[in-house]
Ligand binder design. Structure first.
Ligand SMILES: [Cu+2]
Length: 294
């Protein structure tokens, strides 16, 4: 059993754990020389905490979006429909592409409008992500859920790495959130939020609070994305076991790097390999960093 829960707030009631949500994969549909993706930015609601409902944003769903699967050297064409009732954008984080397809703050999609960028995937195999980058509103929209993972595959990638999505190749979108008693997620309501950045006391992994995963293979590849607004993580396993980093923001590394801790700042990605014995109980935890301010 791989627990992914007790990072910030001590939660040792293992009965309260929930199966880790694995976002759906979307490889698009091929036509007119491109893989076509339909992405709807929409409002939704989700029950993160038992008995409470939280208003959220999502892409083709209530919270977060599908994992987009691109192939190196293919052309991808997006149909991004903004159904939020407020302006937004969608930015492909880590991609080299023409400015008009970038989805930055200058490319607002007005409410009820469609944005149709297309670009060639020139990235190497690796883990990337997409998120709202709307002017003066990116933080709040991402906090509500407008983000998702992108996985790029290429012909030269090491096929000996675990690559069965959701089985031995697991996306982990790590986010911290703060819930009110009514289940809502207030954003930037405290002085320290504005000064230090928005940090929460509850960790979500792929939108799951206190998640657990039972590995079906001895070797797992974890694609870790820090999708938080302000928190840097210092990740490790509860028994301090060794693991191997095989990928970073720039794609796969030339050789695995042996680690016991992995620091991941906001928006960074890392792919790690970790081995488990059948039935072992291990928790991936955030080991507190020394304070950066006196
Ligand atoms: Cu970004």
């Amino acid at each position: 059993m791989l627990g992914l829960g007790s990072w910030v707030r001590a939660q040792d009631d293992s009965s309260a754990r929930s199966p880790l949500n694995i976002p759906a994969q979307d490889s698009g549909t091929f036509s007119a020389g491109a893989s076509n993706f339909e992405l709807n930015l929409q409002r939704g609601s989700h029950s993160f905490l038992p008995g409470l409902t939280t208003e959220t944003f999502g892409i083709n769903g209530n919270y977060l979006g599908p994992t987009l699967r691109f192939k190196r050297n293919e052309r991808v064409a997006m149909q991004v429909s903004n159904r939020l009732g407020e302006p937004s954008t969608l930015h492909w984080h880590g991609f080299h592409l023409p400015p008009l397809a970038d989805g930055g703050p200058h490319q607002e999609i007005a409410a009820n409008q469609l944005w149709s960028p297309a670009f060639d995937v020139v990235q190497f195999a690796g883990t990337y992500w997409y998120h709202s980058h709307v002017m003066h509103g990116s933080g709040g929209q991402v906090y509500k859920g407008l983000a998702g993972m992108i996985i790029v595959d290429d012909d030269e990638q090491d096929v000996s790495l675990p690559n069965s999505y959701g089985v031995d190749d697991i996306p982990l979108i790590i986010q911290d959130r703060r819930f009110s008693d009514d289940g809502s997620m207030p954003y930037l309501t405290r002085y320290e939020d504005r000064v230090m950045g928005m940090m929460g006391d509850t960790i979500l992994v792929n939108g799951t609070v206190n998640p657990v995963l039972s590995p079906r293979t001895r070797l797992l590849r974890l694609r870790v994305l820090n999708g938080s607004n302000a928190r840097t993580y210092n990740l490790g396993f509860s028994d301090n076991r060794t693991f191997y980093q095989v990928g970073s923001d720039g794609g796969l590394l030339d050789a695995p790097v042996e680690l016991t801790r992995l620091q991941l700042a906001v928006a960074e990605r890392a792919e790690i390999l970790v081995e488990f014995d059948p039935g072992e109980e291990v928790t991936l935890v955030n080991v507190a960093l020394p304070p950066s301010f006196p």
